[in-house]
Write a protein that binds this ligand. Structure first.
Ligand code: PLP
Length: 447
């Protein structure tokens, strides 16, 4: 509680000292009691988060492997990576359509660099826009058939800012448990009540809607189109039924589905053949299929106007560098003109999924679109297997606790339209061969 102020804004203690001096009494010497604080309170190294980081480093050291994260690559993020002069078949990057480094995109970026420079300098609200900003937004709006679109400088920030801008403390958000961190952070920041449901379990969602929906004003259902951790396509038709029945907004994050799902790569809306305006908020990232950086929201004019003037991550953050908007615009154009790329990633993903099944690997409920998880169980086996694959020239990232529940650790293979069938075949065969050895080594390390 704040201390009550008295006449002329004096605090009680000050007023007492003044009254005493007026009475001629010797004022009591001022006693400032400074509480004693432990020096640990201003030492980051004492935070539990730091201990967690140290534990992870120590585990890698004990297992005698390099940390699998923050690897420094020599060149482009493509289906083949170069690290310390060695080439690796790369399944850890999002270059889904094999467009990163495409000469047309490089040229578009060089032209934009010459014309607009590198930085957008400040928020578009204050520093203004450049033609590529709106051109990209119009092109994305056309993909979704929406009235408008808005591009943010970060994909993560897009989700956080958007959800927090449209939902509030009298509202409720129902989100799939497998949703990306940015969706969950946005929901938390909005101060709406939150209920999660198991991945793609629309019966559980319906139960939750039946129980909770009526107690709140507005409601939103949040899902990914293609789940980035599991490679599962969301049950969009059922979500649409539920959102209509329970009067909810529906937000679909297409970060992994643009370019990979639907005949022309237009995502889960195209895949299910639905009228896209039935989804209230289409979200996507520019960093994957579109070879840039940032995120977008496509929807009605009213939604985009709210975000353009209210979303903190847009209004109070720098505009996307115009050259990145040009890169993504060019990549989108390539995707539209070259549907064989979409067909190629879909075919290769299905091949990888079938080969994994034939080899007895567990791919969970993956549908075979760009993201192929190989579930291995415990985190130590997962980290060891990734290190062994790297030794064999295959790069893939271990996803371990707390990214996923303990016991659900997995290697995530991201397929690119540029991977060859041979690269895919060898990756799966090597993974199946090394998994028993990784399990045995993990058991030994634990014992
Ligand atoms: C589903 C999903 N949404 C949002 C994001 C955040 O996008 P960005 O990395 O472009 O900030 C990611 C990142 O990979 C993602 O997988």
């Amino acid at each position: 509680m704040t201390e009550k102020k008295h006449l002329f804004g004096m605090r009680a203690e000050e007023r007492e000292r003044l009254l005493q001096s007026m009475r001629g009494a010797k004022p009591e010497p001022r006693r400032d009691v400074t509480p004693q604080y432990s020096p640990d309170l201003t030492n980051f190294a004492t935070l539990p988060q730091y201990t967690q980081v140290q534990v992870e480093k120590a585990v890698c050291k004990k297992l005698g492997i390099e940390e699998p994260y923050y690897i420094c690559h020599d060149g482009l993020s493509q289906e083949v990576a170069h690290i310390n002069g060695r080439a690796y078949v790369n399944f850890s990057c999002y270059d889904y359509l094999g467009l990163n480094g495409d000469p047309r995109i490089m040229q578009a970026v060089q032209d934009a660099l010459a014309r607009y420079g590198v930085s957008a300098s400040a928020s578009r609200l204050t520093a203004g826009e450049r033609p590529p900003h709106r051109a990209l937004e119009e092109a994305l709006a056309a993909i979704y058939g929406t009235e408008d679109c808005l591009c943010f400088v970060s994909g993560h920030g897009t989700n956080v800012s958007t959800i927090a801008s449209v939902m509030g403390s009298r509202d409720v958000i129902f989100y799939d448990q497998a949703s990306h961190n940015s969706l969950i952070m946005g929901a938390a920041l909005s101060q709406a009540a939150r209920f999660s449901y198991p991945n793609n379990d629309c019966d559980a969602l319906e139960q939750s809607l039946r129980t909770h929906r009526a107690s709140f004003q507005r409601a939103m259902i949040v899902t990914e189109g293609l789940f980035g951790m599991d490679g599962v396509i969301t049950n969009l038709p059922r979500l649409l039924e539920l959102k209509e029945q329970y009067a909810c907004f529906l937000m679909v994050d297409e970060a992994h589905s643009l370019g990979t799902v639907g005949k022309y790569g237009h995502g889960v809306g195209e895949h299910f053949g639905i009228h896209k305006e039935r989804v209230d908020i289409w979200m996507g990232t520019l960093s994957k299929t579109l070879c840039g950086c940032g995120g977008y929201i496509a929807g009605t004019k009213a939604l985009i106007d709210i975000l353009r003037y209210e979303a903190p991550g847009f209004v109070y953050s720098v505009g996307m560098p115009p050259l990145l908007a040009c890169a993504s615009l060019c990549a989108l154009d390539c995707m539209e003109k070259e549907p064989w790329r979409v067909a190629a990633i879909q075919e290769k993903s299905q091949t990888m999924l079938s080969l994994a099944h034939e080899a007895g690997l567990d791919t969970g409920k993956a549908d075979g679109y760009a993201v192929i998880p190989i579930l291995v169980g415990d985190s130590v086996t997962c980290v060891l297997l990734a290190a062994m694959l790297k030794e064999e020239g295959i790069l893939t990232l271990p996803i371990i606790y707390p990214g996923v529940q303990e016991g659900r650790a997995r290697l995530r293979f991201f397929v690119s339209a540029r991977h060859t069938d041979l690269q895919i075949k060898e990756a799966i065969a090597t993974c199946a061969k090394l998994l028993p050895r990784a399990r045995a080594n993990a058991k030994r390390a634990a014992g």
